[in-house]
Design a protein around this ligand. Structure first.
Ligand SMILES: Cc1cc2nc3c(=O)[nH]c(=O)nc-3n(C[C@H](O)[C@H](O)[C@H](O)COP(=O)(O)OP(=O)(O)OC[C@H]3O[C@@H](n4cnc5c(N)ncnc54)[C@H](O)[C@@H]3O)c2cc1C
Length: 475
């Protein structure tokens, strides 16, 4: 009889009978695919080309019932399974090496309830899918900076973006979920139902089950806002960063500016003469009125001699995609990150000095401004914690497969990170952790919420079925 070798929960590989797999597949609304099938590449496609895991099979789920069927199947047969939303996790957590990939990427329904200001989204939605549906009504929820990112993984790790200063972490906008837990039951969780599970899902990642529906609170936004990019030569960085600190110190929560240093990409908005030269740039989003934005952004617009300035009236959905082109799928990526409590002289000087060691055309150092709504919640309002984070610092490298410079770029990230780390709040973002970051970084990320997460894990997944993630071991 034909068998397929699949990684098991015991660490061994299991021979699974074709008959058993066929019977499992016959009850699916979606499909079971093997490496030789046409759909397999799409089912297991992830963003970071550096990850070389090779799943044995993939289930392309078409419904919540498919998720139930798959959870029961892998549990009863002791197989290792990963959960794939948008496939954007840098550590490749969407794939199990030799195991089963539960691919949710085709479950993309978004239902907008305008009167209740709620959006119900399927687990395969990208940020762009949700924004597109909600922006039709001039509404939006708090999502991240790159529209192709999966909303499921982003949300379950906490989530931040342009609206974070006003509304907090993405999970502060999460109202309810539908989830399939390890015993195969379909549950609802919210602040009033299965509260312990809901608390854990607000930051605890894919440790507690497969979320099949996310319900987000919506806010009035746009569709047109003042937003875009502005860049100066990196030789102006000292003055630009001082101006950045002053503007962000007094900025209303409607204004979010991320600052980044990198070598200029060959982007049409930048003059050709600047391409490849070091720059400092702002990614700007102002959700208030045009008049207010003009007042709040006046010091930015008036500063020095920018190489280019495309901060203007534009659609919010367009702003959400403005960075997509510089993060293409399939390149090799390596990141390190920390949350920062503020922007001291020392932090800004370290940031500038570390950038000087960069030799790559695509490496960058970014500071995301988060300060505002999220700081007003207690540390234990959701597993996400990190209520003292005011900036997120991300140091990232990107290179094509086979590049001889890859190791040097990765070393640059590590060196710059070591220099920034002493300035950290002590916390870091779980969703930015790379493959080489271990349990101690997970613990640093959750800090005092870690023990409570382990207790919820023991209730809902005592055998650690959901383990291909930043794993929380059952208490
Ligand atoms: C280019 C880029 C830009 C980014 N920008 C931001 C940003 O602005 N803000 C921000 O907060 N983050 C950002 N991130 C980080 C992002 O939040 C994480 O990469 C996140 O894991 C992506 O989610 P995904 O669904 O695409 O992940 P996947 O790789 O599909 O999944 C990652 C893990 O999430 C869990 N998971 C996914 N779906 C489910 C589900 N339905 N049920 C249970 N568990 C599930 C699983 O453990 C899975 O292994 C960015 C990432 C990239 C690559």
């Amino acid at each position: 009889m034909t068998t397929t070798q699949i990684a098991s929960l015991s660490g061994e590989t299991k021979d699974v009978d074709a008959e058993l797999l066929n019977e499992f597949a016959s009850g699916l609304d979606g499909s079971l695919v093997y490496p030789q099938d046409e759909d397999f590449a799409a089912a297991t496609l992830i963003w970071n080309g550096m990850i070389k895991k090779k799943p044995a099979i993939a289930v392309r789920a078409g419904s919540t019932q498919d998720v139930v069927r798959t959870v029961n199947f892998v549990r009863d047969n002791g197989l290792e399974m990963s959960i794939k939303g948008g496939g954007h996790n840098i550590a490749g957590l969407a794939l199990s090496d030799g195991g089963v990939t539960l691919d949710l990427s085709t479950m993309k329904d978004v239902d907008v309830d305008v009167l209740a200001a709620l959006a119900t989204a399927g687990p395969g939605c990208t940020l762009g899918d949700i924004d597109k549906a909600t922006q039709e009504y001039g509404l939006a929820t708090t999502l991240g900076f790159v529209s192709e990112t999966g909303a499921a993984g982003l949300t379950l790790g906490g989530g931040f973006g342009y609206m974070t200063r006003e509304h907090g972490w993405t999970v502060d906008d999460l109202e309810e979920v539908e989830i399939v837990t390890a015993d195969g039951s379909v549950r609802r969780a919210s602040r009033t139902e299965n509260e312990d599970l809901f608390w854990a899902l607000r930051g605890g990642g894919g440790n507690f089950g497969v979320v099949t529906q996310f319900v987000y609170r919506l806010h009035v936004l746009g569709p047109e806002i003042t937003a875009g990019l502005i860049a100066w030569p990196a030789s102006d960085a000292e003055g630009v960063l001082e101006m950045y600190r002053q503007v962000t110190e007094s900025a209303p929560r409607e204004l979010t500016i991320a600052v980044l240093m990198r070598n200029a990409p060959p982007a049409p908005w930048l003059p050709e003469s600047a391409h490849g030269t070091p720059i400092i740039a702002f990614v700007v989003c102002h959700s208030g009125s045009e008049e207010q934005a003009a007042i709040d952004l006046a010091p930015v617009k008036a500063y020095g001699e920018p190489l280019a300035d495309i901060v203007q009236i534009r659609e919010y959905a367009q702003q959400q995609a403005i960075l997509d082109a510089v993060q293409p799928k399939g390149m090799y990526y390596y990141w390190k990150s920390e949350f920062l409590p503020g922007l001291s002289d020392d932090i800004l000087a370290t940031y500038r000095a570390q950038f000087e060691g960069n030799t790559s055309p695509a490496n960058q150092m970014i500071l995301f401004h988060l300060e505002g709504a999220l700081n007003g919640h207690p540390e234990d309002d959701g597993a996400v914690g990190n209520r003292d984070a005011r900036w997120a610092c991300v140091i990232s490298a990107m290179w094509p497969e086979g590049s001889a410079e890859g190791d040097a770029y990765r070393d640059w990230v590590r060196t710059a990170w070591q220099a920034m780390k002493p300035h950290s709040t002590g916390g870091n973002y779980i969703n930015f952790q790379t493959e080489d970051e271990g349990d101690e970084r997970t613990a640093e990320s959750y800090r005092e919420n870690h023990a409570r997460l382990a207790a919820v894990k023991a209730t809902y997944d005592p055998d650690n079925l959901f383990r291909v993630n930043r794993n929380i071991r059952p208490a």
